[in-house]
Write a protein of this length. Structure first.
Length: 473
């Protein structure tokens, strides 16, 4: 029986990547570094239809690295009760004269207090595409590539919204973008109207890296259920269909890890890239018993920064992990009721870890710019370290366990690379450190209301945060 496979090979030449990736090959780190500098791996992706004997024969080729049967992927779609709330007069009514209006997420990650804008940094967004005509992307050089077969553009709206969070310009006087100074963005469409697959995903990652993206943001995940149901529809016995889908799941994880390791090994020559992925929205903390599941691939890879979602706790004691956010994350960011660009123009609000991920990607772009302007070598390892060093582990509600929020809330660099240490603060002190607009959101969410998107005055947010810094310094 023939099956469709993604094949990962190394076109680098002298030292096949599967040997580079085998730990036993390098007992001495200096030997490994020397050989990598001489000939770093060069990943290539192929899609082939093979029988089991043909696959076994292919595995003996010197340039072979990994193979995985293609499985379905899905958009980590926004939470249903918060999807695409229209933003109209609400923003204007809540603004007062002289106040800078912005999505509340901008203040939560402190992008409004950073002197960096992401200028000079190329980013990539792998999602549902983009509405390139939206005013939020005026002045941005957008390079689009469709991996789905449905053509460029955004029929869903999710990619457009995430792009707005990452690098969007002000819309209707509202700041929506974490890194609005970005002028070059790669837009890979890896999810279409009929979903996507793992081949589209890994091709998108490889393309973005080769095209020079220093930050890559994804909001898609492996779809085990859809892959299993396809096999059952083809007449596979239930048990065998489950086993084959598990095999495909494992092999795709292995292939993804091998690809990301190959890309990381190119860092001495390319600088590397920060890869960010949403953890998923499958959990339900508001239900009796709290049903929580771990981050789904690709966010579960140790070479990807997995992102969870937070929102203000209704009690005013700090931020809480959003009810839908999956666990086992490395860092968290605002992900509920986030205002950004909507398809066709204007603003919409969405919620989900897929909305939190572009906040982290945007802050990563700010850190890239900060590192480049310093005397330090600009590479992904250093930028990743600074990103985690700057994360805030304080300011969370008492019920939030460290395992639920990872390193903490992502925070933008301010004036440079110095990150001041902040001692843990008592949870009760954080009521005054959250701005009133954040507390209002938390109270309404706790009451089960669908919250209208609001503008957050920078003056109010910054005053609260200034009090926080004075008390903790």
């Amino acid at each position: 029986m023939e099956r469709h496979y993604t094949i990962l090979t190394d076109r680098g030449g002298r030292f096949p990547a599967r040997h580079l990736l085998g730990r036993s090959e390098f007992e001495q780190p200096l030997e490994m570094a020397s050989r990598l500098m001489a000939d770093p791996p060069q990943p290539a992706i192929h899609r082939e239809r093979l029988t089991a004997p043909e696959l076994q024969e292919l595995e003996q080729e010197p340039d072979f690295v990994a193979a995985a049967e293609i499985m379905r992927t899905r958009l980590l779609a926004p939470v249903a009760d918060e999807v695409a709330q229209e933003v109209g007069p609400t923003v204007t009514r809540r603004a007062t004269k002289g106040r800078h209006r912005q999505s509340w997420g901008i203040g939560a990650v402190e992008a409004d207090k950073s002197k960096f804008t992401g200028a000079g940094v190329t980013v990539a967004l792998l999602d549902t595409g983009i509405d390139a005509s939206h005013l939020a992307f005026d002045g941005v050089e957008l390079v689009e590539r469709d991996f789905t077969g449905f053509g460029n553009g955004d029929l869903d709206g999710h990619g457009t919204h995430c792009a707005g969070v990452l690098f969007g310009r002000n819309v209707e006087g509202v700041r929506i973008g974490v890194a609005p100074g970005i002028r070059s963005a790669l837009i890979g469409k890896i999810v279409g109207p009929e979903g996507g697959d793992t081949d589209m995903m890994v091709r998108g990652v490889c393309w973005a890296h080769e095209a020079g993206a220093r930050v890559i943001s994804m909001s898609a995940g492996f779809d085990f259920d859809a892959t299993l149901n396809e096999r059952l529809a083809q007449g596979w016995p239930n048990g065998l269909a489950t086993s084959a889908t598990l095999e495909a799941y494992r092999s795709n994880l292995k292939l993804l890890d091998r690809l990301l390791q190959m890309l990381r090994l190119q860092e001495p020559s390319t600088g590397g890239a920060i890869i960010v992925a949403a953890a998923g929205n499958d959990s339900s903390r508001d239900s009796a018993g709290e049903f929580v599941t771990s981050a789904c691939p690709p966010a579960s890879s140790d070479k990807v920064i997995s992102v969870g979602s937070i929102d203000p706790d209704s009690t005013g004691t700090g931020y809480r992990v959003s009810s839908f956010s999956n666990s086992s994350v490395e860092i968290v960011a605002p992900g509920r009721n986030i205002v950004s660009a909507g398809v066709g123009g204007g603003l919409k609000a969405m919620s989900g870890t897929s909305v939190a991920a572009p906040h982290v990607a945007g802050v990563a772009a700010l850190w890239w710019q900060a590192v480049r302007q310093s005397e330090l070598p600009a590479n992904a390892t250093l930028v990743r370290g600074k990103l985690f060093e700057g994360a805030r582990s304080v300011g969370f509600a008492p019920a939030v366990h460290p395992a639920e929020r990872g390193a903490g809330r992502i925070v933008a660099p301010r004036d440079g690379l110095a990150v001041s240490a902040r001692p843990a603060a008592a949870a009760a002190e954080w009521r005054d450190q959250l701005c009133p607009e954040h507390l209002e959101i938390g109270a309404k969410l706790a009451a089960g209301a669908i919250v209208e998107p609001i503008s957050v005055g920078a003056e109010a947010a910054n005053t609260a945060l200034s009090r926080s810094r004075r008390s903790l310094s």
